[in-house]
Design a protein around this ligand. Structure first.
Ligand code: PLP
Length: 443
């Protein structure tokens, strides 16, 4: 790829200058230790010095089709040359085609889309739509969730990333998830739905506009809901006139083996949000999809929302090309097939390594929870914290050329959906060796 020749800096120079003049997110700046990245292809990326990494997290769970796909690159180049920008009051061909394409693949009668720059803005606009359409104010969200870092989405977010921004937008009520951490485990769907009903009663159903939830929770643990939970949430929301908003920013676009994770439970939310895999992050784009009946409300009522880069032609063209790649290369089928292979690898790890407390996956969305005591399931790092052993595991992965997300007592297995069986084996060989480090901590 031509990109190899474009890098003129060494890795050290990239790091030094980036650290001097740019701020790294979610970090105390003296602690950041970035990997310098020069170019990428398929499931691999490379430093300027040529060190190769397996991208076992698809960067930020977003490069779903893999790196450097010529078809998407060409579509972006052609769109920039034809029409790089038109403002959101204009109609363009990529905007028109992408709206129609998403209507064809989105669940049920979700038919109308509003385009944003990413996931957080998609969620901002989803709650705006829900509030305008219902005339109600409160939003229910779950504790084990991440919905983005803009002001409103940060308040929807249930995990500790929210704390530093409080107090923020009023009206968000957090509810508990069916999952309570590795030591306490799972509620049944009925128990969890009962708790949800109780919160709705206590808050007043007529005050609640929407319940936003990740169809499969991402950074907070690849939490696949128990069967019946999503169907039950749908029923509870319908009963009370509360919009069900599914955040598919991470779980959408083939990650779980379906276009959208909610498709596994054949549930149609009122609103769906997406980003990441929509363009595989080749350029920025998010979207809010809504059922026809909601869109119809804005025929006469004003939709009070806007963005300079709404329906950006280059981003829409990139999304169309990316969706073509999913279809041409059968990436949903591959995610299902390779997801089964990954499941076997995860089961092997659980059998072999005493530090593996749980290994969850759906399609190519996977996570391992590590423990220091298998009977009590004491996590290997505390809630919102780290430990020497988790840090050592992260260091080992990096040294061995495996990039993935290591968070609290967990690490992720989220490769691009184009991964092959030998490539999965290569990655799991490294993981298998790495877990010898964490096994030594088990009492
Ligand atoms: C489930 C979910 N929602 C929303 C977001 C926010 O998306 P963005 O970072 O594009 O604003 C993320 C980002 O990781 C996410 O995982």
């Amino acid at each position: 790829m031509a990109t190899e020749t474009l890098t003129t800096m060494t890795g050290e120079e990239m790091i030094a200058l980036s650290k001097k003049h740019t701020l790294f997110e979610w970090s105390a700046q003296s602690k950041v230790d970035p990997i310098p990245v020069a170019h990428a292809k398929g499931i691999y990326f490379y430093t300027p010095e040529g060190k190769r990494f397996i991208d076992f997290n698809s960067q930020l769970m977003c490069v779903n089709i893999g790196h450097g796909d010529e078809r998407v690159i060409r579509a972006i180049q052609e769109q920039v040359a034809t029409l790089a920008y038109a403002n959101p009051f204009m109609a363009t061909e990529p905007r028109a085609r992408l709206g129609a394409k998403l209507a064809a693949i989105a669940p049920g009668d979700i038919d109308v889309f509003f385009f944003t720059n990413g996931g957080a803005e998609a969620n901002e606009n989803a709650i705006k739509l829900a509030r305008l359409a219902t005339g109600r104010h409160k939003i229910l969200a779950r504790y084990r969730s991440y919905h983005g870092a803009t002001a409103g989405s940060m308040m929807l977010t249930g995990d500790p990333r929210r704390w530093a921004s409080e107090p923020g937008m009023p009206g968000v009520v957090h509810v508990l998830d069916p999952y309570h951490g590795i030591a306490r485990g799972w509620d049944t769907a009925e128990e969890s739905l009962g708790m949800l009903e109780e919160v709705i009663e206590l808050e007043g159903a007529h005050t609640i506009a929407a319940f936003i939830l990740e169809s499969v929770t991402g950074t907070n643990g690849v939490l696949v809901p128990p069967d019946g939970y999503m169907q039950g949430v749908r029923d509870v929301c319908t009963k009370h006139g509360i919009f069900m908003i599914c955040d598919e920013v991470m779980a959408g676009f083939g990650r779980t083996g379906e276009w959208f994770a909610i498709d596994h439970w054949k549930v149609v939310p009122d609103i769906i949000t997406m980003a990441k895999g929509l363009t595989s992050a080749y350029v920025q784009l998010g979207a809010v999809g809504m059922r026809r009946a909601i869109a119809d409300q804005f025929k006469d009522k004003v939709f009070y929302g806007g963005l300079t880069y709404n329906s950006h032609p280059v981003a829409c063209a990139a999304a169309l090309a990316t969706i073509d790649v999913y279809e041409q290369d059968n990436l949903l089928e591959n995610a299902r097939a390779m997801g089964s292979v990954m499941r076997l690898h995860l089961d092997d790890l659980a059998r072999k390594h005493p530090s593996v407390g749980a290994a969850r996956s759906i399609g190519l969305f996977g996570l391992v929870e590590l423990v220091r005591d298998r009977a009590k399931k004491t996590p290997l790092a505390p809630f919102n914290g780290t430990s020497e052993e988790m840090a050592a595991l992260g260091k080992f992965f990096r040294q061995e050329g495996l990039y993935t997300f290591v968070r609290w007592n967990t690490f992720f297995t989220n490769p691009p959906l184009c991964i092959t069986e030998p490539q999965l084996r290569e990655a799991f060989d490294i993981i298998d060796r790495g877990l010898e480090i964490t096994d030594r901590a088990v009492s």
